[in-house]
Write a protein that binds this ligand. Structure first.
Ligand code: FUC
Length: 301
């Protein structure tokens, strides 16, 4: 079932199955709540107006390029593109005033499917290409599936993600447990820009079997399989499946009020950060005539 609430500043769609209810608003197609068997599993602000001041990107669909691009520039087909930086000299999550500040067009496709679409103009924050992008939310049983799509009229880079935070148990997420199907992670410098070195998942980065999170992470894991990870938070398990090559694991170190530090973790399926500057990595390049497609499935148990 899909219901629509138009009483706030941004329209809210609630997509339900017998087992869960997912609320999404038109601002950046943000997930504001996931109610699974009586538990609120995803972080969300109380009112839709609160999303206007959301430095932690809570719930948002992030783009055009999720995560960081070092020096806020890249070269594509021999031409250098200078982006607008918004984290020191680097760009984070598509730059300032990107589509995360915009109202997306919602379309109810069936009784458990809603698509949210946005237009990103050529030159926005320095990126080439007029783009149409969308995310389609499908709720089936205890699974929330996101299908991302994108098209461009000029060669560009495209790397969307979802920035939901989870914490079904409450308290610090460092008490929850995590398993990640990755054998390497990306070494980063002190501005969180990849150095180009892939590190083996050993010691604190070895999540090959379920273990307590215990410390802060803000790192990108290179996935070995579409079964990206499983988190165990009290009596709720959350698994992520995706066809994207990597996943940022962020334990919400800098989350502000009302959530507080470590009040939720994000598991963001994505291309490698700064991949426009690393031709040796999976390519985020999108060209006219191509249709970008990728998916992420969050499964609750
Ligand atoms: C994640 C992190 C960043 C940032 C952002 C809100 O993607 O990689 O460090 O804090 O979320």
């Amino acid at each position: 079932m899909v219901t629509k609430d138009t009483s706030g500043k941004y329209d809210k769609y609630v997509i339900s199955s017998d087992e869960m209810q997912v609320s999404v608003i038109t601002l950046s197609a943000a997930v504001t709540d996931i109610l699974f068997k009586g538990k609120h599993c995803a972080l969300g602000f109380d009112s839709v107006e609160d999303y206007d001041d959301n430095p932690g990107y809570v719930g948002l669909v992030v783009g055009r390029y999720a995560n960081r691009i070092g020096g806020a520039k890249f070269t594509l087909e021999g031409k250098e593109y200078k982006l607008v930086p918004n984290e020191g000299k680097n760009q984070l999550h598509g730059g300032p005033d990107s589509w995360v500040k915009r109202v997306w067009q919602a379309e109810v496709l069936s009784d458990n499917v809603v698509r949210f679409s946005v237009f990103a103009p050529d030159g926005e924050n320095g990126f080439p290409g007029n783009m149409n992008a969308s995310v389609t939310y499908t709720v089936t049983g205890s699974t929330l599936r996101l299908d991302f799509e994108g098209e461009t009229d000029a060669p560009t880079v495209f790397a969307p993600t979802t920035h939901m935070y989870f914490n079904p148990k409450g308290g610090s997420v460092l008490e929850s447990s995590m398993k990640i199907n990755a054998s390497s992670w990306l070494q980063v410098d002190d501005e969180l820009i990849p150095t180009g070195v892939l590190m083996p998942c050993e010691g604190n980065f070895d999540f090959s079997s379920l273990r307590r999170i215990a410390k802060d992470y803000d790192h990108c894991f290179v996935l070995d399989s579409q079964d990206a990870c499983t988190a165990e938070c009290g009596d709720v398990k959350i698994s992520l499946k995706t066809d994207l090559p990597a996943m940022q694991f962020y334990t919400g170190t800098h989350l502000g009020e009302p959530f507080g530090a470590n009040g939720g973790f994000a598991i963001e399926p994505e291309f490698y950060p700064d991949s426009p500057n690393h031709p040796e990595w999976p390519s985020p390049v999108l060209r006219p005539g191509e249709k970008f497609r990728c998916f992420a499935e969050y499964i609750f148990e």
